[in-house]
Design a protein around this ligand. Structure first.
Ligand SMILES: Nc1ncnc2c1ncn2[C@@H]1O[C@H](COP(=O)(O)OP(=O)(O)OP(=O)(O)O)[C@@H](O)[C@H]1O
Length: 392
């Protein structure tokens, strides 16, 4: 919902404000470009104005809701509001609130949520809340029996007063927060198409790192559906990163996977993980990427016990980032649904067969090295070299 005539989106960012001015300038430039990119990608008309604390999207009333929704998907954005812009003057603000109430209030309780950024103004946020509340009341009392409820109102009238103008709005769409995409170095994201890895890739992008998605094809142990769901989850992620190339590296791993399944029993999942990490490292080197991202969570699977993670991590010199490390599965599933990757992740791909009946949970590197193929890493390097890149 928006006030009548709203043609502007107020964009709020969070972590950017904890930065020095130099860093904030650097990050803000990325944020503004990313706001423009998401509007263009979703064919929503709007011009971005790069204000220091509150970037604005200038659009039309017809497009204002779509512009607020699109920009609320941009990393670094805490929230957006479709708003009308009025002079930062108490009387004008009260008139705007009265007009908004006429158009939008439909009975029930209301509140005014007012903030004032410029302390030099001759009125306080309490003045705005009190006098604005009265203006709303008077605007609707002939038709309704209004009630003020500051705790849990049915309708909240938002007012943000800044030095250049005041903004009046009704809705606040929550954004992902974090930092603008591309403000951190790129990372390779290992995407298996399961529920977890797309969420992990999303989380890393949320902190500013563009990801280079890598999928290792498992041959007879994976199949076309397994591959398709990995690609589809990345496609779903691409709506959050329209100006980043998310083409997926598809690495042929089938032969090595078969070898591991035929020659190893308990530790095969760990050697497979080491094979996959080494592939990621190779691709990371080509892109000067600074780390590897996985969807692992401590204890979620036997291959992810604390001891096993310690052993598998030794396959690469790059840091392995596990944004979901301490999360419960239910939380991850809820986030996958929210960001739109869950459905693709749950296509039945029949890919569990590689797991042995009795899995290792307490690995030791020396014991694993005795039983895994000596040329595991050479195989990984060769596989990475013959990867193909799949455009979305
Ligand atoms: N075939 C693969 N290609 C790319 N990365 C993979 C592959 N298999 C596993 N990984 C990476 O290793 C992590 C742990 O592997 P695991 O076997 O638990 O994955 P999964 O359950 O198939 O998928 P997810 O962890 O995405 O739910 C994954 O989160 C992913 O980052």
């Amino acid at each position: 919902m928006h006030p009548p005539g709203a043609d502007t989106v107020l964009v709020r960012h969070g972590d950017l404000n904890t930065k020095s001015n130099t860093v904030k300038r650097y990050m803000l430039d990325f944020l503004l470009e990313n706001l423009e990119a998401v509007l263009a990608d979703r064919s929503v008309a709007g011009n971005v104005e790069g204000n220091w604390n509150r970037p604005l999207i200038h659009t039309t009333e017809d497009a204002v809701e779509a512009a607020a929704a699109a920009t609320a998907d941009v990393f670094g954005v805490v929230s957006t509001s479709p708003a009308i812009v009025v002079e930062a003057d108490l009387e004008t603000i009260c008139d705007a609130l009265a007009e908004t109430a006429h158009a939008s209030y439909d009975g029930g309780s209301f509140a005014v949520d007012a903030t004032r950024a410029d302390k030099r103004l001759p009125f306080t946020s309490e003045d705005v809340a009190r006098q604005g509340g009265t203006a709303i009341w008077e605007a609707v009392e002939d038709e309704f029996d209004p009630e003020v409820d500051l705790e849990d109102p049915d309708l909240t009238f938002g007012v943000e007063v800044r030095d250049e103008a005041a903004y009046v709005y009704l809705d606040r769409l929550e954004g992902p927060g974090g930092l603008p995409l591309r403000s951190q170095a790129p990372m390779v994201a290992l995407v298996s198409g399961g529920i977890d890895s797309p969420v992990a890739a999303y989380e890393m992008m949320r902190r500013g790192s563009p990801v280079i998605p890598v999928y290792v094809a498992l041959g007879d142990y994976g199949g076309p559906d397994h591959e398709a769901r990995a690609i589809e989850t990345v496609r779903s992620l691409s709506r959050y990163a329209p100006n980043v190339d998310l083409s997926v590296y598809r690495v042929p791993g089938g032969e090595t996977v078969s070898l591991l399944a035929e020659t190893m029993e308990e530790g095969r999942m760990l050697s497979l993980r080491r094979f996959i990490y080494r592939i990621a490292e190779q691709i990371a080197e080509e892109h000067d990427a600074s780390g590897i991202v996985t969807g692992e969570a401590i204890g979620q699977k036997s291959s992810q016990t604390a001891q096993n993670v310690a052993v598998t991590s030794r396959a690469t010199r790059l840091p392995i980032h596990r944004p979901l490390l301490t999360r419960d599965k239910q939380e991850i599933v809820a986030q996958a649904r929210e960001i739109g990757t869950y459905r693709d992740s749950t296509i039945n791909a029949g890919c569990n067969r590689i797991a042995p009946d009795r899995a290792e949970t307490n690995a030791r590197l020396d014991r694993l090295l005795e039983v895994e193929p000596d040329d595991l890493f050479e195989r990984a390097e060769a596989a990475a070299a013959s990867a193909e890149r799949i455009e979305l």
